[in-house]
Ligand binder design. Structure first.
Ligand SMILES: [Ca+2]
Ligand SMILES: [Ca+2]
Length: 108
C-alpha cells in the first residue's frame, strides 16, 4: 500500500513536470520578446544601405522576411499586397522612410 501511494505521487509529479516543460516549449516561440528579436534581425537584413531606416523597397523586403516567419501582420500585408498602405502607416512622421523607432512603435 505504502509503495503504491509513493508511485502514484511520483507519476503525478512526473506528469506535472512534463506538462510544464511542454507548456514552456510551446509558449516560448510565441512570446513577444522573441518576435521582436526576429523583427529586429529582419530589419537589419532588409536595411540594404545600413542607414538604420527602411525606404519603400527595403520595407517590402522587411515585410516579406517577417511574413516568412509569420510575424505580426506581415503575412496578411503580403497576401493582400498592402505594402504601400502598411508603409504609410508605419512612416508616422511622413518623411518617406521608416525608422527603427517607427517599427518599434508599430509592434507595440
Ligand atoms: Ca536603409
Ligand atoms: Ca519616418
Amino acid at each position: 500500500m505504502g509503495v503504491t501511494t509513493v508511485n502514484t505521487k511520483q507519476s503525478f509529479s512526473t506528469r506535472l513536470a512534463l506538462a510544464t516543460a511542454l507548456w514552456i516549449a510551446l509558449a516560448l516561440p510565441a512570446t513577444a520578446t522573441s518576435q521582436r528579436a526576429q523583427a529586429q534581425a529582419n530589419f537589419l537584413k532588409a536595411d540594404a544601405n545600413q542607414d538604420n531606416q527602411l525606404d519603400y523597397a527595403e520595407f517590402k523586403t522587411f515585410v516579406n522576411l517577417n511574413a516568412d516567419q509569420g510575424l505580426g501582420r506581415a503575412p496578411r500585408i503580403r497576401r493582400f499586397g498592402m505594402y504601400g498602405r502598411a508603409f504609410n502607416i508605419a512612416d508616422e512622421n511622413g518623411d518617406g522612410v521608416v525608422s527603427k523607432q517607427e517599427i518599434e512603435a508599430q509592434s507595440q
